[in-house]
Each structure stands twice: as C-alpha cells, then as structure tokens.
Design a protein around this ligand. Structure first.
Ligand code: PLP
Length: 388
C-alpha cells in the first residue's frame, strides 16, 4: 500500500484549490497584477500592528482564554451594537484562528458524517471542503444568472432539503458572485430553516462591502431569540489582516462549552498578542475600514465599467463583496483561460472552475488593490478581450 493509499479516505476527499493552481503557475511573473486572491494590497495599519507587537514584547506569550480574551469579546459586542444595532453580550462571541477555522468549527459543531449541508453556488470552495472533511455531504444549490445578475431561487433551496439536511450555509455578500441577499431573502431563508428544523451558518464576512451604501442586510435583522443561526467572521478583509489568521464566531451562549472544547482540541486558543491587535482594529479601525470600502467602491466602478464597455463580458457591477465575476464571450474553459490571460496580459484571475456548479464559465477578479493597478488591469483585459 502506498503512503497516499494508507491515508484516511476523509483526508483524501479534501480537494486541491483551483485558485492556487493558477497562482503557483505565475506568481513570480514580472509586471504581474494579481487579482486572483481575495485580499487587498495594503499591509495591516500600524496602530493595529503596534497593539500586537507591544503585547508581544510585554510578554503576553502564554496560553490564554479558549473563547478569547474578555477585552476582545467585549470589543466584538460593541462592534455589533455599532454596526448592526444588535444587543449581543460578550458571551455570544468566540475568538478563533481565522474565518476558515470559524467555518470548520461551525461545521464540526453542527454536522455529522452522512448529514447534508446545503449551500449556494458559485461559492468559495472552502465551505464544501469543510463539510467533506467532516464526512458530510455538501449539496450545491445554484444561484440563477441572467442579464448579468445573480439571484436566489428559494423554491430550489427548499427542494434540496431532505431528512438528512442539517444546515443551510449562506454567504452574503457572496464570494465570488457578489450576490447580496435582501432582507426579504433572509427572512424567507430563516422561515425555511425554521420549517425544517435546520441551522443556518451565516458567512457575512463582507457585510460592510455593500455598494448601495450602509452595510448589507444580515440575519441579525430578521432573527429572533431561539433561532438557530451561527455566524462565522474574520478580521481578514475589513482591516487588511489576512495573514494574521484571526476570526470569530457568533453563536448562542448555550453552545459555549462545546465551542470551547472544539477550540481546545484544535488550536487551544488564538495568541493573546494577536488578540490585542484585534481589539485595536475593532475600537480604533472605523476610519481605515471606511477607506477600504471607498477604495473598493471606486475600483469596482472603474474595473466593471471598462469591461462592460467591451460588450463582450456578461456582468453587472456586484452589489457587495470584493469581486467582479466575469463571463467573457467565447471562454469555454475558465481554467485554460486564466492560464492564457496571465500569459498574455500579466493579469492574474481566478478561474470559475474553482467555485463549483454554475461558475465554470466565469473568471473572478478581486478589486481591492491600488486604483492605478486596477485601472491598468482593466485596460489590459479589455484589450485582450477585444482582440479575441
Ligand atoms: C466568504 C469567505 N468566508 C471566509 C473566508 C475566510 O477568511 P480568513 O480565513 O482569511 O479569515 C473568506 C476568504 O476569502 C471568504 O471569502
């Protein structure tokens, strides 16, 4: 038996990332404009880095609270009051090692081997992979795409539910489509979950990147006490902290001991000095977050307007999140197209094949970068598309 054959079937079910394949192919290219991964180009602001480095140098290097330091859980509670108008005491919050780990732990807490987890596609591939790693079945329900817009078909969601379904995973605003649930969509999804006794796993990591103004609608706007909703979230995108690997979960306090145990047996807690930086981000970071949002909004216009003007790209500007999801005329294999585009133009895009059913013909571009670079990428891509 080979080494690989001797590994657990569950570990072998974890798919390779279709985004990383293209990144590895061309990451060292000269003149590259990398729009393939979901992060901005700015490093973490100094006031956040300083809070963490001061704590590190002061010796905050010991084991810490499994659920997160009390100061950070209190800061999260204040943040939700300010941004979401939600009265959530600190015991609703659990600090974890990234949004990805939040997803992993939520799945572990709610879904058993053999259960179904319904999610909407095209989707960031990691939701389905987390379910598969837990032995569960991710059940894809496609969003509809017409006239450049993405929309949810609520009947299709309900039709996908079986006695094995335990949870609906809803990411809004969505990576990669930018689809953003309306308040009515969220109320309907919650009604479906109540009818079928399901959990909702809500990934609202991009809630503040909402281009109609204000934040995107949230399950917090429609839910009531006792509803089974767990939120996964992250410091990565709002505060330019992708490399920190710090995130959080919002969950009913009754789950507290179970989540604490799951944290104990994975990372045993997030480094305390990083949590000090996270407190600074929440308490002092509103202006920085607003600058990121303004930059994303302007870049979205520049990038999407240029590509729409080619008349060869089917897309509308996304309502939320950080991505243009482009259907380019004549592209029948987005993996091949991503390799060709980076070879021909030096613009790095993520192939839609990475995002599951319904995404195969699309290309994803993250526009939270230097406006000059984004304009240059739009120009290079428009010329490439015009010449095809
Ligand atoms: C929708 C969504 N959820 C979660 C994450 C995970 O964020 P992180 O693990 O960087 O905190 C991402 C990252 O791209 C994302 O797009």
């Amino acid at each position: 038996m080979s080494i690989v054959e001797s590994l657990s079937p569950r570990s072998l079910r974890a798919p390779e990332s279709g985004i990383v394949e293209v990144v590895n192919y061309a990451r060292e290219r000269e003149g590259l404009i990398p729009l393939w991964v979901g992060e901005g180009d700015l490093p973490t602001p100094e006031f956040i880095a300083r809070a963490a480095s001061d704590a590190l140098l002061k010796g905050e290097t010991f084991y810490t609270w499994q659920r997160g330091i009390p100061e950070l859980r209190a800061a999260l509670s204040r943040y939700y009051a300010r941004r979401f108008g939600a009265a959530l005491p600190a015991e609703h919050f659990y600090v974890v090692g990234s949004g990805m780990q939040a997803i992993k732990l939520a799945v572990e807490a709610l879904v058993s081997p053999g259960d179904d987890m319904v999610y909407l596609t095209p989707a960031w591939p990691n939701f389905a992979a987390a379910a598969e790693l837990s032995g569960a079945n991710p059940i894809a329900v496609q969003l509809d795409f017409s006239g450049g817009r993405w929309q949810i078909d609520l009947d299709r969601v309900e039709a996908a539910i079986t006695p094995k379904t335990r949870a609906l995973f809803i990411n809004t605003p969505s990576n990669p489509t930018g689809w953003t649930a309306t308040r009515e969509d969220l109320a309907s999804l919650l009604a479906i979950a109540r009818r079928h006794d399901l959990w909702i796993m809500a990934d609202e990591i991009y809630a503040l990147y909402h281009y109609a103004g204000g934040r995107a609608p949230s399950f917090l706007d429609v839910m009531e006490d006792g509803d089974r909703v767990i939120f996964v979230n992250s410091f990565s995108k709002n505060w330019s902290m992708t490399g920190w690997r710090v995130g959080w979960i919002v969950a009913p306090p009754e789950m507290g001991q179970v989540l604490e145990n799951l944290i104990q047996y994975s990372t045993s807690g997030v480094p305390q000095f990083l949590q000090r930086g996270a407190v600074a981000a929440l308490d002092e970071g509103d202006a920085f977050v607003q600058a990121n949002i303004d930059k994303a909004a302007k870049n979205r216009d520049v990038f999407c307007d240029a590509l729409i003007a080619t008349n060869r790209v089917e897309t509308l500007k996304p309502d939320g999140a950080l991505y243009a999801f482009l259907k380019i005329d004549g592209v029948t294999d987005s993996r091949k197209a991503a390799l060709d585009i980076v070879d021909s133009t030096g613009v790095g895009l993520a192939p839609g094949t990475a995002f599951g059913p319904g995404g195969e013909l699309f290309m994803r571009a993250c526009f939270l970068r230097d406006p000059k670079e984004v304009a240059e990428a739009a120009d290079r891509l428009s010329r490439y598309i015009a010449a095809r």
